[in-house]
Ligand binder design. Sequence first.
Ligand code: SIN
Length: 278
Amino acid sequence: MLNNAMTVRPAGAAVGAEITGVDLSQALSESARNSIRHALVTRGVVFFRDQQLTPEQHIALAREFGDINVNRFFSHADGYPEIALVVKEPHQTKNIGGGWHTDHSYDTVPAMGSLLYARETPPAGGDTLFASMYAAYEALSDGLKQTLAGLRAVHSSRHVFGQKRAGMEDRFRNEHLATQDAVHPVVITHPESGRKALYVNPGFTLRFDGWTDEESKPLLSYLYQHAVRPEFVYRFAWQPGSLAFWDNRATWHYAVNDYQGERRLMHRITVEGCPLAA
Ligand code: SIN
């Protein structure tokens, strides 16, 4: 398949684009790479189907978009430290990513995005939800936008990866490396699209900078329920060979844990980002 027959069409109303006519196992043409990147930063997440990727091809694809972040906490595919395993075995009841979050907001320079490739999917269920943080921000009142404009928030890896988590078996490791704390603007200007996006998330954000946890909770809770209004969300149903590439600066995601007794095996590669500014 040639890369010059590519088509991009919106998936959800606010977030996501389905891209067809591209074979991701081959090096991308410059125009295909630019079109994918444009769709990624404007739509927040792009989806591809029926891709046949070896681990090497998955790594080469990720490198087309930046340096790879080797994950400190996830177990990885044998022989491929760049490929984090997002797996749930039939006997396991907890999944990875089963709560709204954006990856790596605890890093001072958060990762740009991830390329998640489906190797084994359950017969039904195991979808992933994506929410647009552009849409969430834009729908706020002018008054709340003004309040948020002056705020920064504290994010951390400690409470998520800093201790063994019941039911996760050996899927996470290196608890002693969970020492990341970072402060970012609550509203960022996306470094590539130039659009404003809400940049707090229920997974890793602890509080507003200079506020107590207790003081922060009501406003954070408001933002968290606002940000996942149905009109800001798209639900992606996976098949083996599907690949989603999301932008952490523009979206949150949530892996739905509704496939007990079945196996789901995904390979995730994360690409480095840049510092974020208001
Ligand atoms: C993740 O949160 O990175 C995993 C998402 C998924 O498995 O759908």
